[in-house]
Design a protein around this ligand. Structure first.
Ligand code: RB5
Length: 160
């Protein structure tokens, strides 16, 4: 079975996202969540949340986000609990981020990387697997504890 991938981009990543979806669609099950037309006024958080929700709901196993730098999309996606989005412009990080940190969304900057490197980054990310060694599992659990505790802290402060 093909790996399922949700992909999206704002105007900054629009062209690269379309090229990536076209190149990778034979090999992977690609769900293109937009933008579906170029709109210089669109906003990367809208696309980041769609990809993040697709990954969290399980409708996609992995997410790929493209914006101009990759930074904004990464910040926005990481606001969704359970998302571990990372900006990786080198192939070591794009597989090690999965192996050690269980990264589930790869972010790319279309104004920073070229098409062929972007393809390699996505393939490297998708083909990597989390190394279930105790130390990596322990660190991941600590990250999840931060998330849970901060959400609780926010809740408590909303009420007071
Ligand atoms: C849009 O111009 C640009 O700011 C956005 O794509 C992204 O680079 C933000 O981090």
């Amino acid at each position: 079975m093909k790996l399922s991938v949700a992909i999206a981009a704002d105007h900054g990543g629009f062209a690269l996202k379309n090229e990536l979806a076209a190149r990778l669609s034979g090999r992977y099950d690609i769900e293109d969540l937009g933008a579906h037309k170029f709109d210089p006024e669109d906003d990367y958080p809208d696309f980041a949340v769609m990809v993040a929700r697709a990954v969290i709901s399980g409708s996609a196993q992995h997410g790929v986000l493209v914006c101009g730098s990759g930074v904004g999309a990464c910040i926005a996606a990481n606001k969704v609990p359970g998302i571990r989005a990372c900006l990786c412009h080198d192939t070591y990080s794009s597989h090690q981020g999965v192996e050690h940190d269980n990264m589930n969304v790869l972010c790319l900057g279309a104004r920073v990387v070229g098409f062929e490197l972007a393809v390699e980054l996505v393939v490297t990310f998708l083909e990597a697997g989390f190394t279930r060694e105790q130390a990596y599992q322990r660190r991941l659990e600590k990250i999840m504890a931060i998330e849970r505790n901060e959400l609780r802290w926010e809740e408590r402060n909303d009420k007071s």
